[in-house]
Write a protein that binds this ligand. Structure first.
Ligand code: HEM
Length: 199
């Protein structure tokens, strides 16, 4: 009985000390994107149907995310996290000194990483649609003359995928580094939507 009351008190205190940062759509988008990208990557060699459909899922998720960047909640909006060169270089210098300020939403460098990821993943998925047309005359572009550019499209699809893997590795390193520096669980925040109140 006492234990239950203590647990409820602790849960209330955690909620009172935190604020909502990531809305439900953004969290679903994030983990949906992780899943769709992982499926597309793993199915590339042997399960073509799954590869194509998870690629479309990546595209659909990104299209919704772009819209959400204009009409979504505060920290989901591009205006909230796309910082100008001054803020980015100030933040990068503070990071090199080991004292970057804590951000409630994405930090100034993280904001540009979000844009880089969204851009690169869009190019991967769009070049995939074009490649399906060039090689199989299938998909929404199947009736066009994409086969004329088959090599170029294939290279684009491959190079942007390699770049995507590097960006994802950097992204995960950034999340881990930021979590460690500010003693907070950013992965947990992307699950619950909540972060500690600004210091
Ligand atoms: C399991 C590995 C991953 C973890 C733990 C992780 C964690 C996170 C966290 C904590 C954030 C919020 C960063 C912040 O506080 O500013 C975030 C944002 C983001 N992550 Fe990941 N991530 C992972 C994998 C990926 C992958 C594989 C992709 C791409 C396919 C990705 C794409 C993104 C994007 C686009 C955002 C920005 C969210 C938005 O504002 O729309 N992440 N991630």
């Amino acid at each position: 009985m006492v234990d239950k009351a203590l647990e409820a008190h602790e849960a209330r205190r955690l909620i009172e000390d935190s604020i909502r940062v990531w809305d439900a759509f953004l969290r679903l988008f994030h983990w949906g994107l992780v899943l769709a990208f992982a499926l597309a990557y793993m199915s590339a060699e042997e399960h073509y149907g799954l590869h194509v459909w998870s690629g479309y899922a990546v595209l659909a998720l990104i299209a919704l995310r772009l819209l959400w960047g204009f009409v979504g909640t505060r920290h989901a909006r591009f205006a909230d996290f796309v910082a100008g060169p001054r803020r980015v270089s100030g933040y990068a210098r503070a990071m090199l000194r080991g004292t970057p300020p804590r951000s409630t939403g994405h930090n100034p460098l993280g904001g540009w990483m979000v844009l880089a990821l969204l851009t690169d993943l869009s190019i991967i998925a769009l070049s995939g649609v074009a490649l399906d047309a060039a090689e199989n005359r299938a998909g929404p572009l199947g009736g066009t003359r994409m086969f004329l550019y088959g090599d170029l499209i294939k290279h684009t699809h491959e190079i942007t995928t390699d770049l995507g893997l590097a960006l994802i590795a950097l992204h995960m390193l950034g999340v881990a580094g930021s979590s460690w520096l500010h003693r907070e669980n950013l992965v947990g925040a992307m699950i619950t939507g909540r972060k500690r109140k600004p210091d």
